[in-house]
Write a protein that binds this ligand. Sequence first.
Ligand code: FUB
Length: 483
Amino acid sequence: MRSRRWFRVAAGGVAGLLAGVGLAIPAGPASAANPIITSIYTADPAPLVVGNTMYVYAGRDEAPTGDNNFRMREWHVLSSTDANTWTHHGARASIATFPWAGADAWASEVEPRNGRYYWYTSVNGRGAGWMDIGVAVADSPLGPFTDAKGGPLISDSTPNSSGLNIDPTVFVDDDGQAYIYWGGYWGARAARLKSNMIELDGAVVTPQGLSNFWEAPWMFKRNGLYYMMYAANDTNGCVTSSSYACQRYATATNPMGPWTHRGIVLGQVSSTTNHAGVVELNGNWYMVYHTANAPGGGNFRRSVAVDRLYFNADGTMQRVVQTSTGPGPGPGPGPGGPPAGTNLATSATATTSYVSSWETVAALNNGGVPANSADRSNLAYGNWPQQGTQWVEYTWPSARNVNRIATYWFDDDQGIDLPASCQVQYWTGSAYANVPGQSSCGVAGNTYNVTTFNSVSTTRLRLNITSRSGFSTGLLEWLAYQP
Ligand code: FUB
């Protein structure tokens, strides 16, 4: 087994050091960009939406610079009504919340039930073994939280427990049945919870289908489909080194699985650990995760970030674009973001007549939301030094109905400029033809240009782009919409 240094933390007792919670860090405004808070280091975020408010429950990293161990004693809460501006409510639970625990306030998650809020935590109990899962309860999302059980819900003595009993995710289904998944060291586990939320209901099982599971599961449901996101650390498309992790996900039609692996939804982040949660607020979906991006940050000095998450029409998730600006007031369907609708581009294969070797056609449909036409932060497609007409094309394995596109043009203020004109074509089965009834093909910079046409059913959609004299052309995003 590979050595993971952050799992070698000494189990020193610190509960007595905490006279209370919420005292050292007073509530106050946090930032409106990523990381969402920089006054302290925060990790392992677990979002929860109650009404129009998103709460983020996160551990606090207190390791001094150069200390390569987790020093974690408190769990903090932040909240926002727009996923953009955050209020820090200070520590709302700590190791002292659990009289039987001694150290290591690791990843947690809050799940509501019948007006009460159950805070499931990874914490180092003083019993045999190392990490346990405890549960605190409160009548409000901000507490006060008290130990709900008087001992661990899950420990090393729980039959068939994980090699590392950390990172609980709890989900209450529409029928009232609650489920808990947890685990580390590649050992995912699952069980039902009784309606009191503090006892397991039946045996602990090993869920099937969570390919490359490492730790940090996160369960949710959307449109009747169950999703399990989790940290993986394989080098088969996930990370460049197995010291790091990405977020893979799987779906199932039954909350206990079996699960079908669907891919990567969050790539490698700047910290070695990768821990995330997914939530919907006011009709938009968000990925809440942590990085090492705060000033002075590191693998044991992490910080929580929030970015938009987009679903495809078939329920699969697009890979999240990590930003330093956060969701911002505008991105997403509506003003400032991509036009609303079902974007078929994300399920297409992109090709082109020419792409510069330092740019990529993958930029076209990777779900980025450009800030302006010079924003290469989510890759760019460019065809310098070609001039005249070049094309980009989407291919689908079977015919799709399409009736409009949106283009976000690339302009680097050097060899690539906004185009002179563009024309959409489709494959009729034997030739390319101009789409019928095409509106003017927009060539404005710093915005999405929507071009409409009569619906066509095709396996290939082509965009011919004609340059201005002396320039090449490029695109940051190209979206193609279902009628
Ligand atoms: O923060 C301590 C541990 O690191 C968490 O429990 C894991 O998920 C990883 O993020």
